[in-house]
Structure formats: C-alpha cells, structure tokens
Design a protein around this ligand. Sequence first.
Ligand code: ACM
Ligand code: ZN
Length: 767
Amino acid sequence: MQSKSFSDMKKNILLIILSLIIFQDFKAQNIFPAIIPNPVSIEISKDKFEFSKQTRIYSANPKLVSEIQTFNSIFSKHYGFKLIVENKIPKNEFIELIYSDKLAKEAYQLSMTSKKITISGDEAGIFYGLQSFMQMLPPKIEDKIQINCVNINDYPRFSWRGMHLDVSRHFFSKEFIFKYLDYMSEYKLNTFHWHLTDDQGWRIEIKRYPLLTQLGAWRKGTLIGHASDAEIISDTTAYGGFYSQNDIREIVAYAKKLHITIVPEIEMPGHVMATIRAYPFLSCNGGQTEVATTWGVFNQIFCTKDTVFDFIQNVLLEVIELFPGTYIHVGGDECPKNNWKKCSVCQARMKSEGLKDEEELQSYFIRRIEKFLTKHNRKLIGWDEILEGGLAPNAAVMSWRGFEGGKKAAQEGHYVVMTPGSHCYFDHYQGDPTNEPLAIGGYTTIEKVYSFEPMPDSLSDSQQKFILGAQANLWTEYISNEKQVEYMIFPRLCALAEVDWTPINRKNYEDFRQRLLKHFDFFDTRGINYAKSIFEIKKTIICDTINRNINLQLSQAFPMGEIMYYVVNNFTYKSEIKKYTSPIPIIENCEIFAEVRDKNGDIRGKAEQKFVISKTSGATINLTYPPSSYYNYGGAYTLLDGVSGRIPWNGKEWLGFSNTPLEAVVDFGKIQKIKSVSVHTLIAEASWIYLPKKLKVEVSIDGKNFIPYGELNSDDINKIGRLLKIEKAITKARYVKILVERAGIISSGKPGEGQNAWLFVSEIEIN
Ligand code: ACM
Ligand code: ZN
C-alpha cells in the first residue's frame, strides 16, 4: 500500500518536473507570443509555421480587400516589404482571412497549422487578428523565421478604448497624427479623442468663421518653465497652427482604415480664450482677449446670449460634416462662472429660465447644445463637470476628477467613459521625477495604469452596461514635440490597452512586464522614443520605528546588474562606492547616488535621494483626515521620511488636501527636547495650490493633554513663505500635534477662483 502510493508520488513528481522543464523551455524559446493586449485565450501547439517574404495573404471575400491593403501598408512600414496578395488559394504558406459575422463585434479567431494561418472575424476583428499576428514576429525579418503555432480566441472587454491628444497647447502635424493613430491601432485602441480647441489655440478650420484660425490659432508666446514657478515668464515667439478641413478629412479617412473613430472636442463654455480672441462678441463683456500664452484656467468664457448659441451651432454643423462618429465632445470642464455673475444678459437668462444658480446656467448651456446635436443625430459627451446643475438627458460623461462622476452618471442611466486623473493622465510623471523631463506633476507609473479597473464598484449589472470603457489623456502643456509625445505615451499606452481589452482574469502585471520587453525591441527597431522608467532603481523609504531611524531600500523590477552607490554625508563628505546589498540606514543629513550598469557597462538605471534628518525620523504619525486619494502616493509617512518635496512639485513627494485641514500627531516614542517645528508646504497657484492660512502646534507628554506650542497666522505665513517654522525655548514632549489649515475658497482673480484651495505638505521637521 505504502510502496504503491510512494511510487505514485514519484511518478507525479516526475511529471511535474517534466512539465516544468517543458514550460521553462517554452518560455526560454519565447514560444508564448508577447501579445499586448493579452488575448482572451491562447493555446500553443508544437507545430511551426515558416514565415518568409514568400508568405502569401488571401481572402475569398471582396469585403476584406481593403483590410489586406491596410495591413500591408502597416506591415511594410515596419518590415520594408509587403506580403504577396493572391486571389486564389495559394500553394505556399499563407494567411487566409475569412469574413464572419458570427463572432462578437471586433472579435477574431486565429488558428495556425504549419501551412496556413486562418483569421476570421468582422472587418475590425480581422484587423486585430492581423495585429496580433504581427506581434508574433520579431522586430526585423531578414530571411525565413519559424513561428510557433497558436490558436487564439479574442475579443475586447470594452467598446470605448480611447486615447486623447491635446493639440491646442502644442500643435502636432498631420503626419504625426497618422503616426499616433498607428500606435493606437497596433494596440487595439479604437477611439481617438482629439482636443482641438482650448485657451492656447483653435486648431480646426471653420469656413464660416475664418478668424478662428486666422487669429485664434496663433499665440504671441509660450510659457517658459513650469506654471507653478514663482515667476511666470513667456517667450515672445509666435506659435500656432491648425488643420484645414482637407487635412481633417484625410485624417478621418485614415483613422477609419485603422478602425478608429475620432471624437472631436470643441470646448465650451470655458477654455475659450482663443475663440474669444477671434470673435470677442462671444464673451459677456465683449472684451478683447489674447490667445493665452500661459497654462491654467481663465475667467473669460462664453456668454449665454442667443448669438453665442448661433455661433456654436454653426461651428458644430461643420464639425458634424467632417466627423462621422456618433459622439461630439463639448468640453464643459473648469469653467469659472464669475463673468456670468456680473453679466446682465446671463442673469436675465437665469431668471427667465428659472435657474437657481450659475451651475444650473451651465447645465442649461449644455442641454441646449445637446438638443441641437440630438436633432442632428449626434450624441454629446463632456467632462464630468456637466453633471453639475443637472445632466442633459442623453449626454455621456467623461469621468476625469476621479470615479464618482462616472459612477453617478451610470447610476442615472448615462453612458460613461472612465478617465480618472489618478490612473489615466499620461501628462503625469511616470518615473522618479529626478530622472524625468519636466512634466505637469502627478505620479502615474505604468504599474499604476495597469492596476486601473474602469468599472466603478457597486454598480448593478444593468448600470455596468453604461461604462463604455477607459481612455488616457495627453495634455500637452509640457509636451512640445513629437518625440516627447511618444515618451509620455509609451509604454503606458500598452498598459491602457490591456486595461481596456483583456478580461480581468487574464491580467497579470508580472506577465505583462515580461511581454513588454519584446515590445521595447519593436520600439527600438522602429525608432520610437519610449520611457525606460521600469528599469529605474526604485527607491523605497522604510521607517524603522524600533531603531528609530529611516532606511533607503533600492530595488530593480528587472535586475540589470549590481546597484552601486555612494553617500555624500552631511552633503560634504563623499563615501567610497559600495555595492548595494541591504537597505541603507540614514543616520545623518546626506545625499545618496546610485546607479546600475548592464553587462556592457551601459547605465541602465539611476537614483538619487537627499535626506534631511530631524527628530521625526523614525517617529510615527497619525493623520486625523486622510489626504486626497489623488495625492497620497506614500501615505502619512511621506511627512516624516526626511524628503522635502521638490519644485516643480510631483505627486510622489507630497500629500494633497482639498477638503480638510492637515491634522497630524507625531509620536517620538519617548520624551524629546524640541526647539523648533517646521512644515514644508507649497505654493503653485496655477495648480490651485495655495499657502495655508494657519499653522498651530501643540505638544504633549502623555498624548492626551496637549498644551499650545506656537501658532502662525495668515499674515505671518504670507511673510515667511512656504517653509513654515516655529522656534521656541527648549520644550519637552513626546507628542506633537500639528494643524495646518487650508486657504479656503480661492479668491477672485486667482487661478481656480471660487474652488477649494489645495494644501500640499511634504515634510514635518522637528528639531
Ligand atoms: C481636464 O483635465 N480639465 C478635463
Ligand atoms: Zn453673459
């Protein structure tokens, strides 16, 4: 009995080892194709298909002629030759395309034998099947190559798989738009949201209103540096450009071949400085404006008089003519209502329409446009601000300020595209900001994008149907050229594609990251400028509350070599270069520099970190109110980690608060003598981040009875600036309670007026 089960066990172990060897072997030979987005199902057989310049492509169905042409034109861009097209069943190895309307929309099936690859589906499905096939090839084809045979069954999770591009803040050529569409389609994204108008430039020719492009497409200069720099300066170089209606027709036709629908965005009633520059009658006071040369939110918006609606409708008629897709995006975001409050026409409109406030007036505005679009068989979509004051009956919502707007709209039976800033804003930093080119802020790594789940929680099955899908946005304030567009979208676009396409149970970040390596080879071969942040040395600051110090842990997602580092102690004395083996204890002020080189000696990752040590190092902290989920990368400990946030600010080193004050209790673990308390705050008005109005510090021996330590009021803070400090005679305390109050509502004439001011804090330093 025992011996039988023992031999069974041996057999089983042998089987497991054998299958592991086979599995390893598959991996080692790259038998698993590195397809992104990961297909719904993929099976591997042991057959091989020999692909060469002699491989034919064939379809019996004339419907698919244009799919063959499109594929061949993409293929030849990458490989320098086209597949030979046959009109009868070829004798050589070949790819056969079979039209089928039996599968779901955009679905495809791909099966392979050693002689033939068969792809079936509708036109889009065939297109996607061919993209998957192309991803099975190496980046370059010199001669014959052996491809391992697979069977794939694949279809998308969401119908709206979007990428956005802002061409107002910076203009990109028609040729580059073609490229952008290529990039999208190779990863099975199907919706291009084209942000054509904004304060800094109007970019679409409208025949009836020629001044829109003659005047509105040109600005007199462009902001230098960051909008949150202390001093705002612009260069004096005229900047602009626009797409003619012929350009747009070409782009729409090109997108159609790639199975991409274009959603044009015409901003209203805010973000219209360039529009009003061309036609001043559109504003409330009729006042002249300039096309904006800086980034931000501006007070000059459309009035609600009838002539404005006439103008918008005439513009939209031409837009509808140019863009055949169902949706027209009308913006609706970030619209300060001060001018409406002062305008007699707008106030009279509110009275006659029975609107109780300016939010309802915006809602009236959007409803009126929606009625017009509906009459012309189009659907309106807008940013989630269009929910305020009541949503227009058939409007769809793009949820950018988090998940809530999207969830609410779906619950009310409106279609929704999820694009929350936290996961989908590709203008954010994607790696350690020390290593990255200047960006608007934020911190959205590829891992974060990959972790995005577009379906808001607690929606019923019927409400879930209203979530059309997910989209990433590329705002281009800090992205002035094509190479930088590529850098900001790649490789995050690949993660977005998988979020939009792949079923949840087929998503796995480790596996994705491995597949991504092959795509880096494609990018390298094709000259695409992509971010290499996933190779960077990852810094993790670990608090050791037992030994009461902090440690810097360095790690690599893909080990590329040994991490070497040196320390500049007290910012003065340079240590020898050491091999990193375990977290580095930080016991005094210092700066650490690390790098990793591959076996060729090339630098593959770098890291540097400056630490200022105080009594808070190794202490613990409790926050009464959590920070905003958008700006809470490292949690409360961010405030004690010895790292003072850099400027321009980024989402990694700061905690942000928009509804509550910061209230923190720091516990040293034992009684300490303290002589000063400092709080590192931020002023970045363009991002609605303002100095706090109060700092109050209390101390305690027992954590229950707190006594006042010191206080700074608004006048003190305005004099001191962002690094707030209270110094006193030596005081004994184990606990320090810090209260920092937000500025409150942003005052008139300032960026974000009428909104809650943000409070950003990066560090609490106690000496
Ligand atoms: C937006 O980012 N203002 C939609
Ligand atoms: Zn008005």
